[in-house]
Design a binder for this molecule. Structure first.
Ligand SMILES: Cc1ncc(COP(=O)(O)O)c(C=O)c1O
Length: 419
């Protein structure tokens, strides 16, 4: 891919509180360089398992896809999509409220079986769940999640996904937003103190499995929120499907196989689930009613494509019939092999129940050079730089999957061992 160099904002663009301009000005040219060097921004023309063919004709083994269970080309998923295309074509181009395919209704029922006692609502992305739900929560519109007359205090963990961070300005129209750091209990205590002093209901926003790093202790946050009469809102996009006997995911397992009354759990259908979209689980049907009636992205946005809903519904069946549990075992065997081969290498997430591993490098140049060496050896990773990681550093991210062969993992480990 030939990327033109697009200028970033200058340091003096806009006012001092223009955080987008500040971030743009501080962003180095590493992303552009990585694209130019063929390290990311790939154009894929074909694939066989984890081996991709790129538009330059080269074949590489990828550790990039977040489809941790390899469901996206499973014959059952492909068959479900073909059947739906025959029945409907590709899309019902309308908002979910005006019409939806039968597979959408079925998908939500099946999600209700994966998460017994809860009610699921499917959006076309996780970002759309955030944008549709969080303002309504702050406006006291969701029956199961009342907020105090003083309103909410949104308490956002510093590494929570960018799709929540970017909503700060939107959420500030509902109530103040403050941030805390998971490793610094004092910062969370201070936020809870601020909520108490102002009479506001704290709403803690976190990831389940961090997209670039570790696993969040969601059970502790749930207890903290409960003690302060507040809520915890968990974006478990990377954790969905990868754990639990029915694939309810990391956060659900970490919460003891249930979702407490003060917890809103959000999942992704686009990663390990193998389809596309996002969903939220609520404690009452009346919450879904309010979301369908008033959620901005539900009312004023397109529905998920028919093909996506058909794939999602088939994946949900595979969660319930044990197929997913078997694939989870393959995934954890892959991570165990990787960790064993690289024991002592101090990789991000080593030994954890996350499918993501990372090699943190002290400089952007070091990360770049390592990614070049991997690419030359026919291995693709996801190189990330500021603003995804701290300024001046670089991280090579490796997403492991149930479909990586032991030989592919051994080759990656050998390359990393040599770094
Ligand atoms: C933790 C997390 N949340 C949300 C998103 C956004 O997902 P979507 O594209 O479905 O909006 C991502 C995407 O990478 C993610 O990693």
């Amino acid at each position: 891919m030939n990327t033109p160099t697009v200028p970033r904002a200058q340091a003096d663009t806009g006012t001092a509180d223009n955080w987008v301009a500040r971030r743009s000005a501080a962003t180095t040219g590493m992303y552009d360089r990585a694209v130019q060097a063929g390290l990311t921004g790939h154009t894929v023309t074909g694939r066989q398992g984890k081996t991709l063919t790129l538009d330059d004709g080269s074949r590489c083994v990828e550790f990039v896809s977040c489809s941790y269970l390899g469901l996206e080309d499973h014959p059952r998923m492909v068959h479900a999509v073909r059947t739906a295309v025959d029945a409907y074509g590709i899309h019902l181009s309308s908002s979910r409220n005006s019409m939806q395919p039968a597979e959408a209704v079925e998908l939500e029922e099946l999600l209700g079986q994966i998460y017994p006692g809860l009610h699921a609502l499917v959006f076309n992305s996780v970002s759309s769940v955030h944008l549709g739900l969080l303002p309504l929560l702050g406006a006291n519109v969701l029956p199961s999640y009342p907020v105090s007359p003083a309103g909410p205090l949104y308490v956002v963990e510093r590494t929570a996904h960018a799709s929540m961070q970017v909503l700060r300005g939107v959420l500030e129209q509902l109530g103040p937003v403050t941030r805390f750091t998971i490793q610094d209990p004092e910062s969370l205590a201070a936020a809870m103190g601020a909520a108490r002093a102002s009479g506001r209901t704290p709403v803690i926003l976190v990831d389940g499995i961090g997209s670039m790093g570790g696993l969040i202790d969601v059970a502790r946050l749930q207890e903290t929120a409960e003690r302060h009469g507040g809520y915890v809102y968990i974006d478990d996009a990377h954790g969905t499907s990868i754990d639990g006997p029915r694939g309810a995911g990391y956060a659900h397992v970490a919460l003891g196989g249930q979702v407490p009354a003060n917890t809103l759990l959000v999942g992704s259908l686009s990663k390990a689930f193998g389809g596309s979209g996002g969903f939220v689980l609520t404690h009452a049907e009346s919450d879904l009613h309010a979301l369908r009636r008033e959620g901005n992205t539900m009312v004023f946005g397109h529905s998920n494509m028919v093909t996506h809903m058909a794939a999602n519904a088939e994946s949900a069946r595979m969660h319930l019939d044990g197929t997913v549990a078997a694939l989870q075992a393959d995934l954890w065997a892959a991570t165990a092999l990787f960790d064993e081969l690289l024991a002592g290498a101090n990789l991000v997430n080593s030994g954890t129940r996350s499918p993501i591993r990372g090699l943190a490098l002290e400089s952007e140049e070091a990360a770049f050079a390592t990614a070049v060496r991997l690419r030359e050896a026919g291995v693709l990773c996801f190189p990330v730089f500021y603003p995804i990681v701290a300024q001046g550093t670089g991280l090579l991210r490796f997403a492991l999957s149930s479909t990586h062969t032991p030989a592919q993992i051994k080759e990656l480990a050998a390359l990393l061992g040599a770094v």
